[in-house]
Write a protein that binds this ligand. Structure first.
Ligand code: 13P
Ligand code: SF4
Length: 338
């Protein structure tokens, strides 16, 4: 790629940016990528100045995922990276619960969330008082919460999990039944793979609940594509899929299967971000955009590094309980099914 240096005069590594362009070449013309250069170069300079690391979820925009992220992955991988980071500043390119989890695991670091409005419908669906009420109704039953919850909710739970390790965490209690909140469909997915009786909550992801089993079946019949669905999708969507798993699980399944055509029943940026790594696979739609993930933009990241804000704080009163729930999950080791 014949790239022009940005006009800022900042340190700019043309070879690195040309290399990064190869990962997005199927998604955007080089002129669009060039339009991001100046911001990417400015952010790279700020990262060095602040000793900052950028963690990006798989659903982030391609220019963030491929342009500025030091690490990318699913919720579990981002939590692990936050825990082991030696940087002074963590910029979470993701949503609020991910930034809170990073702060719990790295309390001495400054954790930036470039847009505080980047929330999550699942996290909004349950409160700490809801957990206390569930415990009153089911005394002695362990409570597992999906990582897509507020720190205040986590502080009321026994353990946290992600979609990569939900079954492992549920079974770790050796209990006949477990309360599992807030995602009803992830709860159903776990229930289908374990003998533990799952007591669910009725929370939903506003992005994944919009898919229907019928559309997936029709689409698959028309295209013969390999269908991968996130477990936040309704049950009939999961039943119609060839593979159900976390965003990182989807990547592993694609590596195994190397399909000619694939459809990722999840957030649109996921397929965009990984397309470059699977040159023999055509990624087909449908997909839905997460409005919260989309709030994180290059200008917002630059502004947050410039003013070191907005920074996430977790009040002491809830931090220790929430940290215990997250650490219990991390102690359980590497993820496995469902
Ligand atoms: P993963 O844990 O699979 O990355 O999912 C997080 C999420 O918010 C999915 O909607
Ligand atoms: Fe939350 Fe759904 Fe967006 Fe994931 S995709 S952050 S679960 S609203």
């Amino acid at each position: 790629m014949n790239a022009a240096a940005p006009s800022t005069g900042l340190h700019y590594d043309a070879a690195q940016h040309a290399q990064r362009y190869q990962r997005v070449a199927r998604l955007m013309p080089v002129v669009e990528w060039r339009a991001h250069y100046e911001l990417i170069a400015a952010i790279e300079a700020l990262k060095r100045e602040r000793n900052a690391v950028v963690l990006a979820h798989n659903y982030q925009r391609p220019e963030i995922f491929h342009g500025i992220a030091d690490f990318h992955g699913d919720s579990l991988e981002l939590a692990r990276q936050a825990a082991r980071s030696t940087a002074d500043v963590i910029v979470m390119c993701g949503v609020r619960f991910m930034a809170e989890t990073a702060k719990l695991l790295a309390p001495e670091k400054t954790v930036l969330l470039p847009d505080l409005e980047a929330g999550c419908s699942l996290a909004e669906s349950i409160t700490p008082e809801d957990i206390r009420e569930l415990r009153r109704r089911h005394p002695g039953v362990p409570v597992v919460c999906y990582v897509n919850t507020s720190a205040a909710v986590k502080s009321e739970c026994d353990a946290c999990c992600t979609s990569s390790n939900a079954q492992l965490v549920v079974e770790s209690f050796g209990a006949p039944e477990v309360i599992f909140v807030p995602d009803e469909y992830l709860a159903a997915h776990v229930a289908a793979h374990t003998s533990v009786r799952i007591i669910p909550w009725q929370g939903h992801c506003e992005v994944h609940e919009r898919f229907t089993g019928q559309e997936v079946r029709e689409y698959r019949q028309a295209t013969q594509a390999y269908v991968l669905a996130h477990p936040e999708c309704p049950r009939d969507v999961q039943d119609a899929a060839d593979y159900v798993g976390s965003t990182s699980g989807m990547l592993a399944a694609l590596e195994r299967e190397q399909p000619e055509r694939a459809v990722l029943i999840t957030e649109c940026s996921m397929a965009d971000n990984i397309a470059g790594a699977f040159p023999r696979t055509a990624f087909l739609r449908p997909c839905n955009l997460c409005p919260h993930m989309q709030r994180i933009t290059l200008p917002a990241v630059r502004a947050s590094l410039e003013r070191l804000g907005p920074a996430i704080e977790v009040p002491d009163a809830i931090a220790s309980g929430a940290r215990r729930a997250v650490e219990r999950m991390l102690e359980l080791g590497r993820p496995r099914g469902p």
